[in-house]
Design a protein. Sequence first.
Length: 208
Amino acid sequence: MKDVLDIEKSRRIILSSAPAWQTRGLTPEEKAEVRDRWRLEVLRLRDAAELIDTIDTLAACGIARDLGERGWAREWPPIPSEARALGGRWPGSRNGGFPEGIPLRLPSDLADQVLAACWHTSATSIRKIRQWREKYPGLVPPAAAPDPEALHKLPGPLAEYERLAANVTTVGAVYRSGIKRGIEAAQMLSAARYPDLRNELGAATEPS
């Protein structure tokens, strides 16, 4: 992820070298106006996923694509307070994730859409998992999803749990998938717009 972000940051510097963003010879007021217009242009490019130079932009781009591919990029019923309280880790959640935490600041509407989509598509299985736990209080499911061979060897009740857990999607799973998609999007964007950044970059600097 760091590599693709560094490339996109370099591409941002190339974009800033266009004549419209140069401040040499301008008055202080004119320089301030150019800097503000450049700031707004960077925000526009990020919102349009035409510049993916921050972790938050990368994640938002990838998560939105992930929701679209799942068919979840739509309006959902209100999120119950229980879903917010659980924070996206509910019955059926699995261990896993990135080796290090990645702090994200996503648009609130996107974060709510992920939470709502995960909850409403998992709610039926969550309810059945709770019933399963009441029925088999002494059984402990595997911490991670078993491979097909191991799944075949599980006793009936644990195999039933695995079938239910397979239909539970956590917020973390969507975020991890989205970040991977965001990395792919940034790689494709950089390769298409500036295939050789080292030759383009030169001594260009952003308005400051």
